[in-house]
Design a protein around this ligand. Structure first.
Ligand SMILES: Nc1nc2c(c(=O)[nH]1)N[C@H]1C(S)=C(S)[C@@H](COP(=O)(O)O)O[C@H]1N2
Ligand SMILES: [Mo]
Length: 153
């Protein structure tokens, strides 16, 4: 996987948008796989249950090189992860939410749903701790990790 690091002094940034076109579902099977059964509420469809398999989002993104010094834990706290589906549905996670040193949320980038491979549809975000289903973004076509959030004042 390639990476794009911003020049020193500017916002650290990994743009996986271009790379994810090459980061196929088959590529995602190279990381250690987890299986999880999730149940979530949909505002329109009620309770939904699915089984997912895939790597931890954190493992995949950490290997991509997010542009911070892994030894400096405080440096990670300003990074956001923007996940977008092919239909434009998107959600933000914080890096700390999935970081083993902080929130440790076991978020997956699923390669299969209910034993159906997602090679054609694209990977799906899985957040076993979410009560609501809205962040389970399917057909992911872009993931952007951005450390440019230093405050808006
Ligand atoms: N790409 C994409 N993923 C999405 C959505 C969407 O509109 N687009 N809706 C979300 C919502 S609101 C819910 S509740 C779940 C529903 O998933 P399911 O119908 O497969 O159970 O998908 C989520 N993932
Ligand atoms: Mo939903």
């Amino acid at each position: 996987m390639t990476q794009s690091l911003a020049a020193a002094g500017t916002a650290a940034q990994v743009v996986l948008t271009g790379d994810l076109a090459r980061l196929t579902v088959a590529d995602l099977r190279a990381w250690p796989q987890r299986q999880v059964a999730v149940s979530f509420e949909c505002a329109t469809s009620g309770t939904r249950r699915h089984r997912f398999t895939g790597p931890l989002l954190h493992d995949v993104l950490a290997d991509a090189g997010p542009g911070f010094d892994p030894a400096r834990r405080k440096d990670r706290l300003r990074f956001l992860i923007a996940v977008t589906g092919a239909d434009g549905h998107h959600a933000l996670l914080s890096w700390a939410e999935v970081d083993p040193d902080f929130g440790r949320a076991p978020v997956l980038l699923a390669v299969s749903i209910d034993d159906t491979p997602l090679d054609l549809a694209g990977p799906q975000l899985v957040l076993p701790q979410d009560r609501c289903g809205a962040r389970h973004i399917s057909g992911i076509d872009a993931i952007r990790v951005d450390g440019g959030y230093r405050g808006w004042t």
